[in-house]
Design a protein around this ligand. Structure first.
Ligand SMILES: C[S@@+](CC[C@H](N)C(=O)[O-])C[C@H]1O[C@@H](n2cnc3c(N)ncnc32)[C@H](O)[C@@H]1O
Ligand code: SF4
Length: 378
């Protein structure tokens, strides 16, 4: 039997209340929600994931998943009941009262990340398309921290997911200072700009216009932050960030977004060894892109069947250098050196067993691939 998956990513919806320029989820309106995998089936799928890995973690995807609170807290409740860890990135607009913050600490994800595109209100609001978005995100963080302080011994982690792009990277020192010292959140995670998520338009103007980042200057700034804020960053990750931005700098067709030919010069992703992504329709894949095959989960047992019979997809993905490889959700290397944060390494024997398991069956149990789409991420 193959080593189990460590994460399951569950798409909770396909709509949003902000209008980010780097993400097109808000163009979707969930008009086809009647055909989505209903919550009871989502919970069954979580149960199957738990059978594969009782120590695993669930990550919500969207859209703004907190627009659908029944689904959101339904998934959280089931994770807590099963003993799975729940992680969620949200834009903060739905955490605007002390009551909701208390509920998030008591019943919500174990790791809550609020997205900020910049420590500057003007940049965040402009690139997120809605005035007031920055103040709401910061208010959500402060409310969550206050709510956690009301629960002695709470282990909830409260992070910021920060976007690295041309308008934010020179502000990173200020960004860390604002998040760690002014707000007092536990961590700022850096997320490099990729082609627009859920890309609708054939021209990805934001990716084209906002990818002008000097890789060496960025890495010098990250290194400075590492020393000043004692971040314990992984030097391998810093070099991967440099390599990522160097790869973008060489590309000549970034305006095509996910259809661009841009590839990272190194293979840095291992999603196929650890993740299952389940989209709104219940289709399981090994990454967010639908350039690779997947399996629609129709009945109990399908999740395990997919995971254990996806060897052909894994072999294809093992040479995939798409830009999404830099994201937290799929990257092999952790951004931190902290051993507690390092993914458990499979032993030589386990890797050998997985290699042979992946060769079987010769005809994989997958649906035909669809056209290229985009990503969502932790
Ligand atoms: C897709 S959003 C969904 C959750 C929630 N709506 C939010 O904004 O946090 C998850 C994370 O992906 C990031 N994201 C969206 N588009 C991106 C892109 N093109 N490149 C890198 N990160 C992106 C967002 O900034 C956010 O931190
Ligand atoms: S990044 Fe989040 S808040 Fe922005 S449009 Fe996408 S889903 Fe909405």
């Amino acid at each position: 039997m193959r080593s189990p998956p460590r994460y399951i990513f569950i798409e909770t919806n396909r709509r949003c209340n902000l209008k980010c320029e780097h993400c097109n989820y808000w163009h979707d309106k969930d008009t086809d929600a009647a055909n989505y995998l209903p919550l009871p089936r989502k919970l069954e799928v979580l149960g199957e994931f738990h059978e594969l890995n009782p120590q695993g973690a669930m990550v919500t995807c969207g859209g703004e998943s907190m627009l659908d609170l029944d689904t959101y807290f339904g998934l959280m409740r089931e994770c807590r009941r099963l003993g799975l860890t729940a992680l969620s990135v949200v834009n903060g607009t739905r955490i605007q009262t002390a009551e909701m913050a208390d509920r998030m600490i008591a019943e919500g994800p174990h790791e809550i990340s609020i997205s900020l595109n910049s420590p500057r209100r003007e940049v965040h609001d402009r690139t997120r398309g809605v005035r007031g978005a920055f103040d709401k995100a910061v208010k959500a963080l402060r409310l969550l921290l206050e709510a956690r302080a009301r629960v002695p011994g709470s282990t909830s982690r409260i992070y910021v997911m920060g976007l690295v792009f041309d308008e934010s990277y020179r502000d990173l020192e200020h960004f860390y200072d604002f998040v760690l010292n002014d707000i007092g959140a536990d961590r700022l995670k850096l997320n490099s700009l990729q082609p627009s998520f859920a890309q609708h338009d054939p021209t990805d103007a934001f990716f084209r216009d906002h990818s002008k980042v000097d890789p060496d200057e960025l890495c010098d700034i990250i290194q400075r932050c590492n020393e000043r804020f004692n971040l314990g960053l992984n030097p391998v990750w810093i070099e991967q960030v440099r390599m990522y931005w160097q790869s973008l700098a060489r590309a000549r067709d970034l305006e095509l977004g996910w259809a661009s030919k841009v590839e990272t010069s190194e293979h840095i992703c291992n999603t196929y060894d650890r993740n299952i992504m389940v989209d709104s329709y219940g289709k399981a894949r090994l990454c967010f892109s639908d350039a690779f095959g997947g399996l629609k989960l129709k009945q109990k047992g399908d999740l395990k069947r997919f995971w254990e019979n996806a060897g052909a997809i894994r072999r294809e993905m093992a040479s995939c250098n798409r830009p999404c490889g830099i994201s937290h959700s799929v990257r092999r290397v952790s951004a931190r050196l902290d051993p507690a944060r390092q993914p458990p390494q499979r032993s030589f024997a386990a890797r050998r067993a997985d290699f042979f398991a992946d060769l079987w069956p010769l005809r994989p149990v997958v649906d035909p691939r669809a056209s290229e789409s985009a990503a969502c991420q932790e």
